[in-house]
Design a protein around this ligand. Structure first.
Ligand code: SAM
Length: 299
């Protein structure tokens, strides 16, 4: 049986009893980053064989895992943080298990998008999760087109170094659409020591981040438009920025990105492939990826 196990997104106390039991009982743990998961297992005193399952080996590793599962193995699937399959590897393995008639279950737990939505104070009755906004112009344009017309609360992941650009684009979009007061919640470092929620309009938040550089991990929640055709009035009180800026080194996430790159190349990915995976995984541009890994531009 495949056990899809959610793990903490920052605070290790958020691991569930069931997640720990499942990891203890599994014959094998398939992890996005084996070194990262080893740290988690060591923290909880669990010793288990680990095998990597990530973006760039999923095509070869997936069938190997399926073969073991067919033989009756109990395998746990984890990602670096949160729910596997949500902007993390997992979907294809789950789909292939289902197609192969292998039983799959989820051990629920932390997930940044749902945590942020609830904390945002924005309507939770209907919402849409957009994953990473992305870096490609075409992809971003399509996202902003949808956002302008969206009546549900939109949740998305964004990298800290693109926060200002994104807020500027939202500010322009909402200005043009005549809804400059659509509320946004920026949820930062959820469940961690420096957890912070900033609530305001795009322009208020842009001003805030102009003075306090965005650092750490972020989820954006954006109020739906009540000007879109057929929408209900979902507006509440006037917005204001709340919360305080906190110091947490942005270098940490660049280190994480670098570590991810080397995890891939050490596991057999070609540098070029690892670069592409790095861009997809963290939603960064090619230039940013090269700067962070400090490689010459040409591979
Ligand atoms: N599978 C994860 C989940 O269940 O949320 C998401 C993995 S995705 C690769 C990583 C992104 O999720 C980060 O870049 C950030 O946007 C968001 N994220 C993860 N942990 C977070 C946290 N503690 N606070 C804010 N955002 C977080």
């Amino acid at each position: 049986m495949l056990y899809v196990v959610a793990t903490p997104i920052g605070n290790l106390d958020d691991i569930s009893m069931r997640a720990l039991k499942t990891l203890e009982n599994a014959e094998l743990i398939a992890a996005e980053d084996t070194r990262h998961t080893l740290g988690l297992l060591e923290h909880f005193g669990i010793k288990k064989p680990l095998v990597s399952y990530f973006e760039h080996n999923k095509l070869s590793r997936g069938p190997e895992l399926i073969a073991k599962l067919k033989e009756g193995a109990d395998i746990a699937l984890v990602s670096d943080a949160g729910m596997p399959g949500i902007c993390d590897p997992g979907y294809e393995l789950i789909r292939d298990c289902i197609d192969a008639g292998i039983e799959v279950t989820v051990i629920p737990g932390p997930c940044a998008c749902v945590t942020a939505l609830v904390l945002s104070g924005l309507p939770t009755d209907v919402f849409v999760f957009e994953g990473f906004i992305g870096t490609e112009n075409k992809q971003r344009k399509a996202f902003f087109d949808r956002l302008g017309r969206e009546r549900r609360t939109t949740i998305c992941y964004e990298a800290p170094h693109r926060m200002q650009k994104t807020l500027s684009e939202i500010e322009a979009l909402f200005g043009d659409a005549g809804t400059p007061d659509r509320r946004i919640s920026v949820c930062r470092e959820l469940t961690k020591t420096h957890e912070e929620v900033l609530r305001g309009t795009a322009s208020e938040l842009k001003d805030h981040f102009g003075e306090n550089a965005p650092r750490g991990e972020f989820v954006l929640c954006i109020e739906g438009s009540d000007k879109a055709p057929g929408s209900a009035d979902v507006k509440g009180n006037a917005s204001e920025i709340t919360g305080a800026s906190a110091g947490c080194s942005g270098l940490a996430s660049e280190n994480e990105m670098r570590a991810y790159y080397y995890e891939l190349t050490n596991s057999g990915s070609l540098p070029k492939e690892a670069m592409k995976a790095l861009q997809n995984r963290f939603g960064i541009t090619r230039n940013e990826a090269y700067r962070i890994v400090k490689l010459p531009e040409k591979l």
